[in-house]
Write a protein that binds this ligand. Structure first.
Ligand code: HDD
Length: 717
């Protein structure tokens, strides 16, 4: 990843966006943004005094003798002192993340349902910050672990900040917020040895899952390919909880929020994700940064599911239960807007680390429901920011709204705003800063009639826990089902307490007998002979990833490795590089070394050659979406003798990647993949078998076919 020196050109952006809502957030951020690379800069202390030496502590010293260091050196003490206090508490969950700025636009107004400008005014470009995350791991853990991914959006609207703090999975493990500490304690490293890091594959996690039948639906999602996304750019986002919309007439609607990636939903295979966690723990973070830096802005279609008030009891599930989806057959998703990420952060800490979301941040026209998970969350988020960032966390540049903020909340550690005036209470004799009226845009609480008994109770529909777990499993394609069986077998194999894997083997029979039997056999649990409950056999649309592919498949931003050694076929190499670039994929040349590699007929003395981006030992096939090997007798002969080259092709093939080969490389690829019965014709025709495209002779169509093949292969995984 090439670091962009002067970040994302805030100043330039400001000029183009001047005056717009989007431009106002950019302008607001620029007030606090300094450019480290400004040639006029000189090192100063924090109080602004220029320093001539920040390497040597002031000491009693001569050319011949080093004597004591002097405590009087304030600048030295300041430097060490500031360093000692650099860390703030990491998020108690979702500690590992990456974020970017972007914009949100509605192409169809929801004015019929809500008075919120952000959802009804189609002329607005609302600026936003989106932070993706994993849940269980610490800040330094790997990106590609099996886990739920956070999808948290802060919309800087004209009426105040609106936060959707969602995930890439539409349901949750628990129904009541009070269970959250137990859920997270069970998932985080076990308290005695503090292992494992960023894993659900351990006794406590699965102990919890067994003991909480309400978690069954969610753990099925967490064991699906959704929990190992290929990229943050290729996963869905869901608000998960049930919110409400209120229109100008005061009518209320229940709503769920959806974001669908325009690139389609794609995942790793588990072996790839596992290896990447070691080979490139920052894979997702870099992938997001690179795409935005290269101008390939990730986009999501925004949709809503809406249920009018009065219809909330029409379903067999409770619409306030966050462990349930609203099946799209019953409540269609209306696609009404678009979210785009288009600007990388300038600094990780002050933006991605200090961004702080609150489910309680709602703007007029959008509200809560009585979803018992959501209301507990509304308490928790503000509370956690107090520990993490302090009382005045909402004044930090990334968190502050674009619209005016004025009230009588004052003081506290690190207060930033200077508020002029001689009173700080309401009412006051000046009638200064009065409350707003509805016409002035005040948030009006929905007048809801409430009656009932005070009890620690969940209503009846909340007690049904298996129907949608079955619905989800039934809706998977055969490969997705197989992946889930492998995932569960992996996870339960890591549980060494027989109680845990035996009980879980039984639990799976509540979902699907075949699944339970195959997992139980693998992990050594009792093999269930009969289903815990009959499978209702129903399926629902758009739960399988196969149904979430883009209308026009694309290989934009896909990484293709081209492997070469001295004597490679320059025609094939140059051809594939330009074919990939034309399709906006990213070709990477992988050589036997990083110093120049020479084509067939090109002499070393020519001083030319191609300087590869990486060498075979420096990278692995896991970091690429596809592998291509051009011909050239000498190049292929060298690669044949290189075990790592063989492994590149073989591993890419076993991870279901598109592999392309031309000329002499065809035989090499055939041998590397070594699957009996594979038909790799060596005729001049292009052959496509098991995701491998080969052509004995280089022709334009062989390159086009390869590009098409990469496209095809990336459609599903
Ligand atoms: Fe949460 C962070 C998503 C339930 C308490 N949560 C956090 C983040 C995401 C979610 C994406 C990271 C935000 C960021 O990037 O800064 N959480 C969810 C979803 C939930 C959910 C989709 C279920 C629908 N969370 C949940 C409950 C509680 C919390 C029930 C507590 C009762 N979540 C927190 C937290 C965190 C958090 C402790 C840690 C850091 C933060 O809030 O800002 O307050």
């Amino acid at each position: 990843m090439a670091p962009s020196v002067v970040s994302s050109g805030l100043e330039k952006l400001q000029e183009t966006l001047d005056g717009s809502l989007e431009g106002r957030k950019v302008a607001d951020l620029s007030k606090d943004t300094k450019n480290y690379h400004d040639p006029k800069n000189r090192i100063t202390t924090d109080y602004g005094v220029k320093q001539e030496n920040t390497d040597d502590w002031l000491k009693v010293a001569t050319e011949d003798k080093t004597g004591p260091m002097l405590l009087e050196d304030h600048a030295a003490r300041e430097k060490i002192n500031r360093f000692d206090h650099e860390r703030i508490p990491e998020r108690v969950v979702h500690a590992r993340g990456a974020g970017a700025f972007g914009t949100f636009k509605m192409h169809k107004s929801l004015a019929e349902y809500t008075s919120a400008g952000v959802l009804s005014d189609t002329s607005r470009n609302t600026p936003l910050f989106l932070r993706f995350s994993t849940v269980l791991g610490s800040r330094g853990s790997a990106d590609t672990v099996r886990d739920v991914r956070g999808f948290a959006v802060k919309f800087y609207t004209d009426e105040g900040n609106w936060d959707i703090v969602g995930n890439n999975i539409p349901v949750f493990f628990i129904q009541d917020a009070l269970k959250f500490p137990d859920l997270i304690h069970a998932g985080k490293p076990e308290p005695d040895k503090e292992v494992p890091q960023a894993q659900s594959a351990h006794n406590n996690f699965w102990d919890f899952q067994y003991l909480h039948t309400e978690a069954t639906h969610m753990f099925m999602w967490q064991q699906s390919d959704r929990a190992i996304p290929r990229s943050y750019r290729m996963m869905q986002g869901f608000g998960v909880n049930t919110y409400t919309l209120t229109n100008d007439k005061g009518e209320r609607f229940f709503v769920k929020f959806h974001f669908v990636p325009q690139l389609g939903v794609h995942s790793f295979v588990w072996d790839e994700a596992l290896k990447l966690a070691g080979q490139d723990p920052d894979f997702h973070r870099k992938d997001l940064y690179e795409a935005i830096d290269n101008g390939c802005f990730p986009k999501w279609d925004f949709g809503v599911q809406i249920i009018p008030e009065g219809k909330e009891n029409d379903f067999e599930f409770d619409i306030l239960d966050a462990t349930k989806i609203w099946p799209e057959e019953l409540v269609p998703v209306q696609m009404v807007g678009e979210l785009e990420l288009n600007r990388n952060v300038d600094e990780y800490f002050t933006q991605t680390e200090q961004v702080a979301f609150c489910t309680g941040h709602m703007v007029p026209g959008i509200g809560f429901s009585d979803d018992p998970l959501l209301i507990g969350r509304n308490f928790s988020y503000n509370d956690t920011q107090l520990t993490r960032l302090g009382t005045n966390w909402q004044e930090l540049p990334v968190n502050r709204p674009v619209c005016p903020v004025m009230n009588n909340n004052r003081d506290g550690k690190l207060r930033h705003t200077i508020t002029k005036g001689s009173v700080n209470y309401w009412p006051n004799r000046f009638e200064a800063t009065p409350p707003a009226k509805k016409e002035e845009g005040a948030y009006i609480d929905y007048p809801e009639k409430v009656e009932g008994m005070k009890q620690r109770l969940r209503s009846k529909k909340f007690r049904e826990h298996f129907n949608q777990a079955q619905l989800f499993y039934n809706s998977m394609s055969p490969p997705e089902k197989a992946h889930m069986a492998f995932a569960l077998s992996f996870e339960l194999d890591h549980c060494d307490d027989p109680w845990v894997y035996e009980k879980m083997s039984e639990r799976l029979a509540d979902i699907d007998l075949g699944l339970a039997q195959s997992v139980a056999e693998m992990v050594g649990g009792p093999i269930p002979q009969k289903a815990g409950r009959p499978n209702h056999g129903k399926t629902s649309m758009r739960l399988s990833q196969t149904e979430l592919q883009p209308k026009n498949p694309t290989i934009e931003t896909r990484r293709v490795a081209i492997i070469i050694a001295d004597g490679y076929d320059a025609g094939a190499y140059n051809g594939i590089v330009s074919a990939l670039k034309a399709a906006k994929a990213i070709p990477y040349t992988i050589g036997t070394r990083r110093s120049p590699i020479f084509a067939a007929g090109e002499s070393k003395e020519s001083g030319k050659g191609v300087k590869p981006d990486h060498h075979l030992e420096g990278m692995r096939s896991t970091m690429f979406d596809s592998v291509f090997v051009p011909g050239g007798a000498d190049s292929v002969a060298t690669l044949r003798k290189n075990g790592r080259a063989l492994h590149w092709v073989r591993e890419g093939f076993s991870h279901l990647k598109a592999i392309g080969a031309v000329g002499e490389a065809v035989e090499f690829v055939r041998d590397a993949c070594s699957l009996p019965g594979m038909d790799f014709s060596t005729s001049s025709d292009v052959v496509d078998s098991f995701g491998v495209v080969t052509a004995a002779k280089l022709k334009p169509e062989s390159l086009r076919e390869t590009v098409k093949m990469v496209k095809g292969a990336t459609d599903f995984v």
